[in-house]
Design a protein around this ligand. Structure first.
Ligand code: HDE
Length: 752
């Protein structure tokens, strides 16, 4: 299966269908398209997709979603009905005493319609409110069979999954590309019961004990008086807390790094964060950490891009996920585990495995792949699936168990408790998206929104009236295993182990593992965020924390804030960097990338068609950007200069140097490039597109008249800017540049 072919077919069939729709048809002729734009009077197929709306791959060729589960309900039959199935003549007028009279209380349809609408919203999640979900399949490699008896990890076993990605701080309606941690929660519907791996895109957490969770979240959420800022950590209360509560420093530097602004959900790693305990068929145990590794590599936005996207397309990550899946470019991750001996100390290489502010560098314990996740279906209904899904760390299959990590222990309470308010009662496991795919035979009864009609009279054990049912599973029936870990004889205390006091060595390890360009981004992020704080004392306190991480980091941020750089209060930790933490310096498959192609009616459309086909063949998505929507010759334009902005593209090709539109806003003088100020004027929106792509270190290519745009922008010959005689040659060079995601050497090579 070639996803790009699917995309291509969609584009072409969409172009044909639009031509059909725009051609007048005989009204009512059998099989005809709906007559013009009038309200349809008889049921017919949905309108076909339009090539100038969205990306070309946002719908299937028929415009109808595929893969709707057979349990999907609603919209059955052609007629409008009440919730009880009575057919209705009119839903536009309430029942009145005469056309000018008062509305009658007996109008059941009116009351039902408004009552239901009034209660459409449920409380949003207290954290991770904004999310996007997708269905998929997990296929096990069998490589974990020696360490766990979990059935879904046996070789070749396929398990259905639902994944929900999220931001943490923002409300449901906030933007996708804010600086924040991302949730990565996976529900495996295994045949031994559901397994929820509720992780993040960062391997550490702000706090070591769950009892601190309300503190960090209250500090990070908007200020309680003005309720600003939304979905941001760039404010006083956040920095007040993390600078006082220094165990948060490690997670904070991850947030300030490029990991805080992922390019896409598809290019994020995922981490279970905590250490889990695995048990195999022989009863042997190991400690383990879970990792998700994206097939497309780990990539991020640059800060200016992220900010621009928040305005232009606040749904950027959602759209990217859905577009990719619906085009057939299915996102993939490998699940991997790091394995550690289950010793009484619960440490590895001196690292406390119960401390969720610590990682174990991959160089010390390699991540071993155990299976592959493929997301292949978007939700049919956002509310019913993405909003109503409820994850819980206690949803574990036999073979995987918890450890004493105090953060993990507290989460085991919180995730059940929170659903009682959010999903209004204890029966949320019966909501379709939460239903296990394994048989359920519990003795839980009644409660709000009970869906089951339980037969029998004896929901208790032991009983004789229901024949003794249900029976406890025996050892051979794959029961859940509570690993019989020895619990130390110890006094009851409110305290943490001494090893939890080290807050800076791994923060420094992270900093030292970054490439110069990534360090530069971290410096700018701290400078921006602390620069947004009003209180001088908070900035100074955080600078003290930075001094305890690294003197260069501290000096640079201090310079940006116009404050003196303090000295460290303790000797800096002597730590070895972990190169695996850097996102720079590796090559990745470039499929699924968005390539903008600037065209105008004067461009060589044969060359454009050729390069467009080459982009499709490389499993990428070409989007034509033209002076106007509709068609350019026989090619559909997906973006116009009015709607296309650089942030949407991973690379841009220029086939034309379009002149300014007659009604364009006045442009500033063209930059003096090789062609000089006297060269023909170019549409300023095209120049902006190219300048932004250049600033954001994206690959840019041009041929023929398009080269004039590079000249006028003054970027000809700079790194990652390619020109050539043929469109094909230019795209080939561009493709190589895309393997590293950005043209990194356009950024400064070192910081001092
Ligand atoms: Fe969560 N977290 N969390 N969290 N968390 C929730 O549960 C909580 C933590 C994570 O897409 C809530 O159902 C406590 C770490 C994700 O539906 C709530 C603590 C990690 C999601 C909750 C943590 C996470 C949540 C809110 C400290 C990464 C979204 C709604 C002990 C390993 C799941 C809900 C989804 C959601 C509590 C810390 C990840 C309130 C008390 C560490 C991905 O129960």
């Amino acid at each position: 299966r070639n996803p790009a072919k699917v995309v291509k077919d969609v584009v072409e069939s969409a172009a044909e269908k639009v031509t059909e729709v725009l051609t007048p048809q005989v009204p009512g002729a059998p099989g005809s398209a709906p007559p013009s734009l009038a309200e349809p009077t008889t049921p017919h197929d949905p309108l076909p997709p339009k090539p100038d709306q969205g990306t070309p791959q946002t719908r299937t060729p028929t415009g109808v979603k595929t893969g709707v589960p057979s349990t999907a309900k609603g919209q059955q039959g052609a007629f409008l009905t009440t919730a009880n199935g009575a057919r209705l003549r009119d839903t536009d007028h309430s029942l009145k005493a005469g056309p000018r009279g008062p509305v009658l209380l007996q109008d059941h349809h009116f009351r039902e319609k408004i009552m239901h609408f009034d209660h459409e919203r449920i409380p949003e999640r207290v954290v991770h409110a904004r999310g996007a979900g997708a269905h998929g399949i997990f296929t096990a490699y069998g490589t974990a069979e020696n360490v766990t008896q979990a059935g879904f990890l046996k070789k070749g076993r396929e398990t259905e999954v639902f994944v929900r990605f999220s931001t943490v701080l923002g409300s449901r309606g906030s933007a996708d590309t804010v600086r924040d941690t991302r949730g990565f929660a996976t529900k495996f519907y295994t045949d031994e019961g559901t397994f929820d791996l509720v992780g993040n895109n960062m391997p550490v957490f702000f706090i070591q004990d769950a009892i601190k969770f309300p503190d960090i979240i209250h500090a990070a959420k908007p200020h309680p008086d003005r309720e600003i800022p939304q979905a941001q950590s760039a404010h006083d209360t956040f920095w007040d807390f993390v600078s006082l509560h220094t165990e948060a420093q490690h997670h904070t530097i991850w947030n300030m790094s490029d990991r805080g602004i992922p390019r896409s959900y598809r290019t994020m790693e995922g981490f279970g964060v905590h250490t889990f305990r695995l048990i195999n068929a022989a009863g042997e145990t190991v400690l383990a950490k879970f990792h998700w590794k994206p097939k497309l590599g780990v990539h991020s936005l640059v800060w200016e891009e992220a900010q621009t996207i928040n305005g232009i397309d606040p749904d950027f990550h959602r759209r990217d996920l859905y577009d990719a899946i619906e085009s057939g470019a299915f996102p993939e991750w490998e699940l991997g585990i790091q394995i550690f001996p289950d010793t009484p100390e619960e440490t590895f290489a001196g690292i406390d495995l119960l401390d969720p502010t610590k990682i174990v560098p991959e160089e010390l314990a390699p991540v071993q792949p155990v299976g592959k996740l493929t997301l292949n279906r978007t939700p049919t209904n956002f509310f019913a699936e993405t909003e109503q899904v409820a994850f819980h760390l206690g949803h574990l299959p036999p073979g995987i168990d918890v450890t004493n990590d105090p953060l993990l222990q507290g989460r085991l309470f919180s995730y059940l408790d929170t659903q009682l308010t959010r999903l209004a009662g204890p029966n949320f496991p019966q909501i379709p998206i939460n239903r296990p795919h394994a048989p359920v035979n519990d003795m839980l009864r009644d409660g709000f929104h009970q869906q089951a009609i339980h037969a029998g009279v004896a929901p208790y054990r032991p009983n004789s009236l229901d024949g003794g049912n249900p029976f406890p599973a025996g050892d051979d029936d794959h029961p859940f295993i509570d690993v019989p870990v020895q619990v130390a004889q110890a006094p009851k205390v409110r305290a943490s182990p001494a090893s939890f006091d080290d807050h800076f060595s791994q923060t420094r390890l992270f900093w030292l593992s970054m490439s110069p360009v990534e360090q530069e981004h971290i410096i700018r992020a701290y400078t921006f965020e602390l620069g947004k704080c009003y209180h001088q004392a908070i900035k100074e306190r955080q600078l003290q924390c930075l001094a305890n991480i690294d003197p260069v980091l501290c000096a640079q941020v201090a310079a940006g804030l116009g404050l003196p750089a303090p000295q460290p209060t303790a000797p800096l930790a002597d730590v070895a960097p972990s190169p695996a933490l850097s996102q720079v310096g590796r090559e990745w498959p470039a499929d699924g990338r968005m390539i903008g192609i600037v065209v105008d009616p004067d461009a060589d459309l044969d060359a454009v068609r050729e390069v467009r086909d080459a982009v499709f063949a490389a499993d990428m998505v070409p989007l034509l950007i033209a002076p106007h929507g509709g068609m350019i010759g026989d090619l559909p334009a997906q973006r116009s200069f009015a709607t296309g902005r650089s942030v949407e593209f991973d690379a841009v090709l220029l086939a034309a140097a379009p002149p300014p539109a007659p009604d364009a806003l006045p442009a500033r003088d063209a930059k003096a490039g090789a062609a000089g100020p006297a060269s023909a004027p170019i549409d300023p929106r095209v120049l902006l597109l190219v300048e932004e792509c250049w600033r954001h270190a994206k690959a840019i290519g041009a041929w023929g008249p398009g080269v004039a745009v590079l000249e006028q922008a003054g970027i000809t010959g700079s790194p990652g800017v390619v020109t050539g005689d043929s469109a094909g040659d230019v795209f080939t060079s561009l493709q190589q540049l895309l393997a590293t995601h950005r043209v990194w050497n356009r950024f400064p090579a070192s910081i001092s």
